[in-house]
Write a protein that binds this ligand. Structure first.
Ligand code: ZN
Length: 64
């Protein structure tokens, strides 16, 4: 019986990540917690940009 070994490259730094068991790689498919957080930050940053409201002249009134 051979164990289920997964071999991937870290999406953040490209380092080879070998996972023998899910419990051995808590940050899979990332190589470490740092890479996972960095990649997460990228996604959050992109979402933030998309959700950014673009309404020029909002609340600009007065005159007459
Ligand atoms: Zn990495």
């Amino acid at each position: 019986m051979c164990p289920e070994v997964l071999k991937v490259n870290c999406p953040n730094c490209g380092r080879e990540v070998v996972r023998a068991r899910p419990s051995e790689a808590p940050f899979f498919p990332f190589c470490c917690e740092r890479c996972k957080l960095i990649d997460l930050g990228k996604w959050l940053d992109e979402q933030h940009r998309i959700e950014e409201p673009l309404e020029p002249g909002a609340g600009a009134s007065g005159g007459a």
